[in-house]
Design a protein around this ligand. Structure first.
Ligand SMILES: Cc1cc2nc3c(=O)[nH]c(=O)nc-3n(C[C@H](O)[C@H](O)[C@H](O)COP(=O)(O)O)c2cc1C
Ligand code: SF4
Ligand code: SF4
Length: 258
């Protein structure tokens, strides 16, 4: 029997939405946050997928870390999907080159363009543009599912010239994510609802005595800022006029960690 599992990392729901649609189309596929990968007997699955966003032309550090000490087998069908807003850069090669995949005969690799969510740099894309991107993404996901089902080989997704020029920059930014996260703070709009604590995929937020406290494990996924129902989270790099973005078909409860 074919047993399938997809591990995902997501901040604003794009990667979750992609993983969810692929899982539904494949049928009988478990969908699990990648932060729980060590709780699963990987060797029991004949098909494993990994879906995650691109952060500054790289795969998120937490995805790389979670795949440390994981080992996939040559008998397994493995696919990786990066969701991105513009340049995917090294996000697929970062993951595919990990020791976890060294025994895999072929790793199917895909990318799906989705609306951008980096609110520290820009606000939500205009609605018509978001809809257009999501419509195209839907078609792309259907193609991806067909490729997975047919076990077709895929071409390596390599960085474009622009990404190669910015490689240094991307690596540098990845290293400062943890520090960036420590600069978040709440405004007087905070209602102490606890959504930010529940939704942070890196367990980096704690509500204590009515205060919201950020730790030093931030992935800069933007989930806390984007999902806060009161728009109460601020950051020195945040322009307050920017509108929030979360995937329109995903509810915050689908992403709650606890
Ligand atoms: C900190 C940060 C950096 C990002 N860097 C890139 C990038 O280099 N290239 C890109 O195409 N998209 C970039 N994005 C956009 C996300 O990859 C994209 O919106 C993704 O689909 C978000 O997925 P999620 O909703 O599952 O978190 C970045 C987003 C964030 C928050
Ligand atoms: S989600 Fe927003 S309102 Fe709720 S506790 Fe966090 S900062 Fe406060
Ligand atoms: S603190 Fe906020 S930005 Fe950082 S990982 Fe958690 S939810 Fe994402």
């Amino acid at each position: 029997m074919v047993s399938r599992i997809i591990f995902y990392f997501t901040g604003t729901g794009n990667s979750y939405a992609v993983a969810n649609k692929v899982a539904k189309e494949l049928g009988e596929t478990e969908l699990v946050p990648i932060t729980r990968i060590k709780d699963f007997p990987i060797e029991k699955y004949s098909m494993v997928g990994i879906v995650y966003p691109v952060y500054y032309i790289h795969a998120p550090e937490i995805v790389i870390r979670m795949l440390d000490h994981i080992h996939f087998y040559s008998s397994q069908q493995i696919f990786i999907i990066a969701t991105h807003a513009a340049s995917w850069g090294y996000a697929l090669s970062d993951v595919k080159s990990l020791p976890a995949f060294s025994d895999c005969r072929h790793v199917q690799e895909f990318r799906v363009k989705m609306p951008g969510n980096n609110i520290l740099e820009y606000g939500a894309f205009p609605q018509f543009y978001q809809k257009n991107i999501l419509r195209k993404a839907d078609r792309k996901i259907n193609e991806i599912v067909t490729t997975i089902i047919n076990k077709e080989s895929t071409k390596s997704i390599t960085p474009n010239l622009l990404a190669r020029l910015f490689k240094q920059n991307g690596e540098g930014k990845t290293q400062v994510f943890h520090d960036l996260g420590e600069k978040f703070y709440v405004t007087s709009n905070c209602q102490h609802c606890g959504v930010c604590e529940k939704i942070c995929p890196a367990k980096n937020i704690e509500l204590s005595n009515g205060s919201v406290i950020w730790g030093n494990q931030c992935q800069c996924c933007m989930a806390c800022i984007q999902w806060c129902p009161q728009n109460a989270i601020a950051h020195p790099a945040l322009n307050h006029k920017r509108t929030r973005y979360t995937h329109p078909d995903i509810t915050q409860k689908q992403l709650w960690r606890i």
